[in-house]
Design a protein around this ligand. Structure first.
Ligand SMILES: NC(=O)c1ccc[n+]([C@@H]2O[C@H](COP(=O)([O-])OP(=O)(O)OC[C@H]3O[C@@H](n4cnc5c(N)ncnc54)[C@H](O)[C@@H]3O)[C@@H](O)[C@H]2O)c1
Length: 254
């Protein structure tokens, strides 16, 4: 049976670990040829080796999403290497629990540069290749905290809200060219990012504490998000653009 991404070429950012790595593994199994990128070069290269040893076409390349020129280099590299770009998963991001008064200007600018400017730069870089391919799908990873607020993470939540509306704006702007743009809003997902946000001595208690606040009774895993991204990257979601796919175990339904 043909894979759900058979014949498609995609680029994933922040793919060295967590959700991005799960997407790379799943998408390769579903037939996509991939350029995976991150700033963590060693685990990224190791992941690409593991995936390619399974007979899949995948290349790893360093890309810091806040830098302009490397984005166009990565897009041209992918198009030259694989002949086209069909989808982009704008997944790279950093978190910070600091509130309004605890956030320094420097940290504020850094979080915006990676989580928000990085998403815009990524879309801008791949759009010409998608146009040449006759269409495409861009998936921007926001958060439930791009929809609702909380009493922490002022800069992080600000960027995730921005990604939500940037997605809708791009969706409308590029719909006539068959380039679809959707956002995913993960809830509490057990990844290195989520674990690093908790003091080391509390990490074992962390998952059960969070799980108690989730209607489905558990933290999410990276694969929960990867399956949503797979749907949005594939032609199965051909009539979806400007949408927000919430994958949160019911947290925002309360
Ligand atoms: N884990 C959660 O609970 C959760 C919830 C909602 C949204 N998200 C979002 O999901 C996405 C993936 O997060 P995750 O949980 O897998 O986190 P993670 O920290 O495990 O993975 C994020 C990856 O992004 C990379 N990255 C960071 N800065 C980068 C930069 N400047 N350029 C390129 N790559 C960079 C990291 O090296 C890392 O490999 C992020 O956008 C995050 O904000 C996560």
């Amino acid at each position: 049976m043909a894979g759900r991404l058979e014949g498609k070429v995609g680029l994933i950012t922040g793919a060295a670990r967590g959700q991005g790595a799960a997407e790379a593994e799943l998408f390769a199994r579903e037939g996509a040829r991939l350029l995976i990128t991150d700033i963590l070069e060693e685990p990224l290269a190791k992941l690409a080796e593991e995936i390619s040893s399974g007979g899949h076409e995948i290349v790893a390349r360093r890309l810091d999403v806040q830098e302009e020129e490397p984005w166009s280099e990565a897009a041209s590299f992918a198009e030259k290497r694989f002949g086209r770009i069909d989808f982009l998963i704008n997944n790279a991001g950093i978190a910070d629990p600091a509130g309004i008064e605890d956030t320094t200007r420097e940290r504020w600018d850094q979080i915006i540069a990676i989580n928000q400017t990085g998403v815009w730069l990524g879309m801008r870089a791949v759009l010409p290749a998608m146009r040449r391919a006759g269409g495409g799908s861009i998936v921007n990873i926001s958060s439930i905290f791009g929809i609702i607020g909380s009493g922490t993470s002022a800069a992080y939540h600000g960027t995730k809200g921005a990604v939500r509306l940037l997605t809708k704006t791009a969706a409308v702007e590029y719909a006539s060219e068959s380039i679809r743009v959707n956002s995913i809003h993960p809830g509490y997902i057990d990844t290195p990012m989520a674990r690093e946000a908790v003091p080391e001595d509390m990490r074992d208690q962390f998952a059960p504490l969070i799980a108690a606040t989730v209607p489905l009774g558990r933290m999410g895993v990276s694969q929960d998000i990867a399956y949503g991204a797979l749907y949005l990257a594939s032609d199965e979601s051909a009539y979806m653009t400007g949408s927000e796919l919430v994958i949160d175990g019911g947290v925002t339904a309360r």
